[in-house]
Design a protein. Structure first.
Length: 199
């Protein structure tokens, strides 16, 4: 298969590329690195990126920004970081990618544990992750041409403990390689409309 990995150079993206790259052709995509450059907050950038990519069989999105801050420090602009990037960025990848993905292809998005196990300062991440999960379940029943869609919802990655560990007290981290196998399950299996949790 020809698999597009959005965020291929990130911590999670690298694990996914390592898992799938030995069996499939990988098109590495990033905001500032990779075979193709796409800014998920810019619809024209997404459209142009798909024009460069051409036909593909699966898309995996492993990136998306949200704001971590106490609730009383959040405002409209702070919430819109996650809404415009992680949520609508991934939604637009699906909407625009539907035009060039092969029949029977699949989309795999990324949410996270905070959709159902919140932490302090994580209200934006919880909101965005929950919306992505709901979008995937609803989109699955309308996708044409035998297309599939799933979302991987991982706990904190072991490799990200240094950056995000203080936000996740008491959470059991998971190795990136184990999370990457959940993406392989989505891409290479037959599931659709599922939230694949890795805890």
């Amino acid at each position: 298969m020809r698999i597009v990995v959005i965020g291929a150079s990130g911590t999670l993206g690298q694990a996914v590329v390592a898992e799938l790259g030995s069996r499939h052709e990988i098109v590495a995509v990033g905001r500032s690195s990779g075979d193709i450059r796409i800014d998920m907050t810019d619809q024209e950038s997404i459209r142009a990126g798909f024009g460069q990519i051409g036909r593909f069989d699966a898309l995996v999105a492993t990136t998306g920004k949200v704001k971590f801050a106490p609730l009383d420090q959040m405002d409209d602009a702070a919430y819109r970081i996650g809404l415009n990037d992680k949520l609508m960025g991934q939604v637009n990848l699906v909407l625009m990618g539907m035009r060039t993905i092969s029949d029977g292809g699949s989309f795999t998005l990324t949410s996270g544990v905070l959709s159902h196990d919140p932490v302090r300062a994580g209200s934006s991440a919880s909101m965005v992750n929950g919306a992505i999960d709901a979008f995937v379940m609803a989109a699955a029943i309308e996708l044409p041409r035998g297309l599939r869609i799933n979302v991987v919802s991982p706990s904190l990655l072991e490799e990200s403990l240094g950056a995000y560990g203080p936000f996740f007290p008491g959470h059991e981290p998971v190795p990136g390689a184990r999370v990457a196998r959940a993406y392989a399950k989505s891409v290479e299996g037959g599931l659709s409309g599922k939230v694949i949790k890795v805890l």
